[in-house]
Design a binder for this molecule. Sequence first.
Ligand code: NDP
Length: 235
Amino acid sequence: MLNSKQSVVITGANRGIGLGLCSLYLHYGWQVIATHRQGAISDALQELNKQYSSDLTLVELDVCDEQSIQHFAAKVCEEWSHISVLINNAGVSIDSKFGEWNQATFLNNFNANMVGPALVIQALSGLFEHNTKVIQISTGLASLQENIGADEPFDAYAVSKISLNLLTKRLANKAQTKSAIYCAISPGWVNTDMGGPEAPTSVAEVAQQISLTIESLTLEQSGSFLDSTGATIPW
Ligand code: NDP
């Protein structure tokens, strides 16, 4: 059971793992700011908004748009004076095979998966307290020791998430930012639009694991790369 009446910001909460985390934290009585992109909000997120109207605030955010990040941060600052947990979950996995690589493949992955989280953290950092937890949803594909086999897919995605991991480590060590706890967490292979229907893990299961791992994080673990259960993943 998580402590209630804490506050969490979750990016990319319209569907998938972000939606699952949003639902779980609301269930535990947390105050949640959940982000969605401009336009349609999913039925599932709207349903949560009806059910938990006093605990859930929906805010628009496109992590690839600097102006959107500024508007989003201003809105969060209007709502809250501090953040217990920030989960940078929004992400894309755009793949193209060697021979078909182009700038867009790399830049679109980088923009959403690394640049976006970096700017979101910077924009919200005024609300961080000692021991605020900043979680970067990463991937096992970003491990230099694992998943570097001959035919591993998602080159551009993997290198964007490796950058995210390095950013996490640097934030954990930077004098200006290091009172918060920064951690990269791989959810594993999860049944979402991104993971596909054959993925062995459900959103509900991974959301539960990730929330417990976040709950148990300490300052000493800042800068670490963990799986959803809290086990260390080699860099
Ligand atoms: P989904 O594709 O199911 O959902 C992605 C979410 O991110 C959507 O809500 C989407 O919004 C949002 N999003 C995408 N781009 C942006 C953007 N530019 N600005 C704001 N929001 C955006 O993915 P998952 O739930 O599976 O993935 C969540 C995280 O987990 C990602 O970071 C992913 O890399 C990571 N991950 C997932 C794995 C898996 O097996 N599923 C494996 C390893 C890591 P919208 O609904 O508007 O499109």
